[in-house]
Design a protein around this ligand. Structure first.
Ligand code: NAI
Length: 310
């Protein structure tokens, strides 16, 4: 009887043991319950990809904002490598085509959309597009962000403050608010907010950016409490300086004439002696949206080469 079941039901069938023919139909019922239970309990990570790499997930969909930038692209590619489908969004003028190409090279399914994270209707359009294409969302990575203007506190321009708050804080707020219903539909999902070590310490020359990243941590903790009953986790990542356009802009903002000296000085203040890479941030994000982090929520994860304990 056991052989019969295996042939009919396919290779997913887990054999419980030999079922003597005389026990039929009781054995059949046990086998059937096992098969159904196995399928129902199938989890990300169970699937063995054809090339032998064990995927961390399958048929899972992530939305990554600011995906044309350094960290957003690395996160998109890292998730694609782990078997996720990725919707990569960014401002219309910042094309995600290169990110999409890299996602596909990594073997992932992907799509790009123009999105301004400060727009409520833009968020609704993005969720609609996800429903149309995949019908589900498993992870939201709120990564889009701007550095604002480098200026002493007293001279920090008001309009730059407003813009930093709109993108870095309101963008995250709207993202969580709009995506929670679709995340909840699957009975569990994840949000990862890309904050910064700027959310943990002060700096007199980038006060709006510092304030915005502190606010992201407040949103993270509050959203985590709000979403926990639905099995949705919400966490934040706090990177130190990372090798992307943003740090080049900040170095120039601190010294137009000698940005390289600024860079050397900042790198020297990091105990590990260097900036991080976008891929190092992406690894933490991948962990937080993965199965191994299902009991992790409302927490703040530094990826900072030892900068904040310093
Ligand atoms: P990046 O400048 O390369 O990427 C940021 C992306 O966000 C850009 O592609 C930009 O077009 C997009 N963006 C800006 N405004 C937007 C809006 N209104 N709507 C949608 N997209 C928008 O910078 P990076 O380094 O990749 O930054 C990603 C995130 O990481 C940001 O939130 C940043 O604050 C954070 N971060 C970066 C660090 C670094 O040293 N590079 C350190 C700590 C945190």
């Amino acid at each position: 009887m056991s052989i019969f079941y295996r042939e009919v039901l396919g290779r997913d069938f887990r054999l419980r043991g030999f079922i003597p023919a005389r026990d039929y139909p009781r054995g059949f019922v046990i086998a059937w319950v096992e098969l159904v239970g196995f399928r129902a309990n199938e989890k990300p990570g169970d699937k063995e990809e054809e090339d032998g790499v064990t995927a961390d997930s399958f048929e899972r969909v992530a939305l990554v904002t600011g995906a044309a930038g350094g960290i957003g692209r690395a996160v998109s590619v890292r998730l694609a490598h782990a078997g996720w489908s990725v919707l990569a969004t960014d401002l219309p003028e910042a094309s995600c085509e290169e990110t999409l190409r890299a996602v596909r090279e990594a073997g992932g399914d992907g799509m790009t959309l123009a999105q301004d994270v400060t727009s409520t209707s833009g968020w609704k359009d993005v969720v609609e597009a996800i429903r149309d294409r995949w019908g589900r969302l498993d992870a939201l990575v709120n990564n889009a962000g701007i550095e604002g203007v480098v200026a002493p506190f007293e001279n920090s321009p008001e309009d730059a403050f407003d813009r930093v708050m709109a993108v870095n804080v309101k963008g995250v707020f709207l993202g969580i608010q709009t995506c929670l219903p679709i995340l909840r539909e699957r009975g569990g999902g994840s949000v990862v907010n890309v904050a910064s070590v700027a959310g943990l310490v002060g700096d007199p020359n980038i006060a709006p950016y510092i304030a915005s990243k502190h606010a992201v941590l407040g949103l993270t903790r509050s959203a985590a409490l709000s979403a926990a009953a639905d099995g949705v986790t919400v966490n934040a990542v706090c990177p130190s300086p990372i090798e992307t356009r943003m740090m080049r802009a900040l170095e120039k903002g601190m010294s137009e004439e000698a940005p390289d000296a600024i860079r050397t000085s900042i790198a020297g203040s990091i105990p590990l002696g260097r900036y991080g890479s976008p891929e190092e941030v992406a690894s933490m994000v991948a962990f937080l949206v993965g199965e191994e982090a299902r009991f992790v929520t409302g927490s703040i994860h530094t990826v900072d080469g030892g900068m904040t304990p310093h």
